[in-house]
Design a binder for this molecule. Structure first.
Ligand SMILES: O=C(O)CCC(=O)C(=O)O
Ligand SMILES: [Fe+2]
Length: 402
């Protein structure tokens, strides 16, 4: 029974650990700076805008399950629309005081919220506890796979403590009774203009294409002069011990150039390096490199190093000149390394990244597996889209084998 005064529900382990990992992979390879200080987000329309529409697929069944659960719990079967779906991460310094989720005139359409915790307090971040101002449970400790559902009105005023360390990740959805705020309709119309005009035979058409450079600069208020802060895509690569190498001869001055022209290098082909080794594989841009690297971290435990042989043609030893170039690129893209590290790592992972050694054979295997994963999702979205369009609604394909 719904408690009338404070209608809310906490579900334990509603999402599987693997789905949480998959959504984390998507966020760590696609996010941009968010709408509040120290917050990063990945919305579904952003995935479409960056040529990664296929990455919507992992969200489809969980959106469906959450909507059913909310409708069932609040007794409004078949009445709701999803208003917003997004991956949101909070880093050191982020917090929110007492509020209800419909507390702005432009948020009045929000009737219910579902917050899915994709990582855990203590393990991945410190701080970030959730509190309700009145009623039970008074506090929620975010744990991987748990979901908190509540009404968006003032019966559920809540706050989140400041994040002290690490990156706290959620999948957050809002639901509405107002059909004019149906997210599906907007996504389908966006997909209509991007998805179908692409031949699906050539893998190059599935490579990510970055949004504008300023969306990846952190903190966002520094994106007007780029003198401090960092490019978050590069930061996510550097903090796990990799380097970025691009051979372009153009010289960009970081001191007197306050434009973002140096960031254009990241939209050009580039390589990844580890210590003195350069991976010969060329990535079309920084997002491509980041996505493959994050995929490797998502899946790396699945590969036994002995199963794969390093092809000596895959890597080269770098020259002194190349190593110098790598250092100067690092200074260009990450003005403040300390802040990048504090933003994206938890003290536990900081230590384990230092102990990691690269296994190039598994890394090459990850690249092959990432292409297969991408093609499979692309096939799925091509197959589902005509039905979505017909019903103006995003739903999972019942014929799909699981
Ligand atoms: O992430 C959470 O636990 C809740 C976040 C929140 O209150 C909000 O985004 O409005
Ligand atoms: Fe909230």
């Amino acid at each position: 029974m719904v408690e009338a005064e404070h209608p809310r529900l906490l579900l334990h382990q509603f999402l599987s650990p693997d789905l949480c990992k998959e959504l984390e992979f998507i966020h760590k390879s696609c996010s941009t700076t968010g709408y509040r200080p120290n917050v990063f987000s990945t919305t579904l329309s952003h995935l479409i805008a960056t040529n990664s529409s296929h990455l919507i697929i992992p969200f489809v069944s969980i959106r469906e399950r959450l909507k059913e659960k909310v409708e069932e719990f609040f007794g409004c079967e078949f009445e709701l629309f999803i208003e917003f779906t997004g991956l949101i991460s909070w880093t050191k310094g982020a917090s929110i005081g007492w509020h209800s989720d419909d507390n702005r005139p432009y948020l009045k359409q929000r009737h219910f919220a579902a917050v899915c915790y994709l990582n855990s307090y203590g393990n991945d971040f410190e701080g970030g506890l959730f509190h309700f101002q009145h009623g039970e449970p008074a506090s929620v400790v975010p744990m991987t796979g748990d979901v908190l559902i509540y009404t968006a009105d003032n019966r559920n005023i809540h706050s989140v403590d400041e994040i002290i360390d690490g990156e706290r990740l959620t999948l957050t959805l809002w639901f509405t009774r107002d059909a004019s705020h149906d997210e599906d309709a907007k996504l389908i119309s966006f997909l209509s203009s991007t998805l179908l005009y692409r031949p699906d035979t050539n893998f190059d058409h599935l490579l990510p294409s970055p949004a504008s450079n300023n969306m990846y600069w952190f903190p966002p208020d520094q994106a007007s002069n780029y003198q401090s802060g960092f490019d978050l895509r590069c930061a996510r690569i550097y903090i796990v011990g990799y380097d970025i190498y691009c051979s372009q001869d153009k010289s960009y001055s970081s001191e007197d150039d306050s434009s973002d022209s140096f960031l254009e290098l990241l939209n050009e082909p580039l390589h990844l390096a580890w210590r003195s080794h350069l991976l010969k594989k060329e990535f079309v841009n920084i997002l491509h490199a980041l996505q493959v690297l994050q995929f490797y971290y998502w899946k790396c435990t699945a590969w036994q190093p002995s199963e794969y042989k390093v092809n000596s043609d895959d890597i080269v030893q770098m020259s002194e000149l190349q190593l110098e170039r790598i250092q100067s690129l690092k200074l260009l893209f990450v003005k403040n390394y300390q802040s990048a590290e504090t933003t994206f790592t938890h003290r536990c992972s900081r230590r384990s990244f230092l102990e990691l050694s690269i296994d190039w054979a598994s890394f090459s295997a990850a690249n092959v597996a990432w292409e297969a994963y991408t093609s499979k999702l692309h096939q799925e979205i091509l197959c589902s889209f005509p039905e979505w369009k017909k019903h103006n609604s995003i739903f999972s394909n019942p014929s799909k084998e699981s």
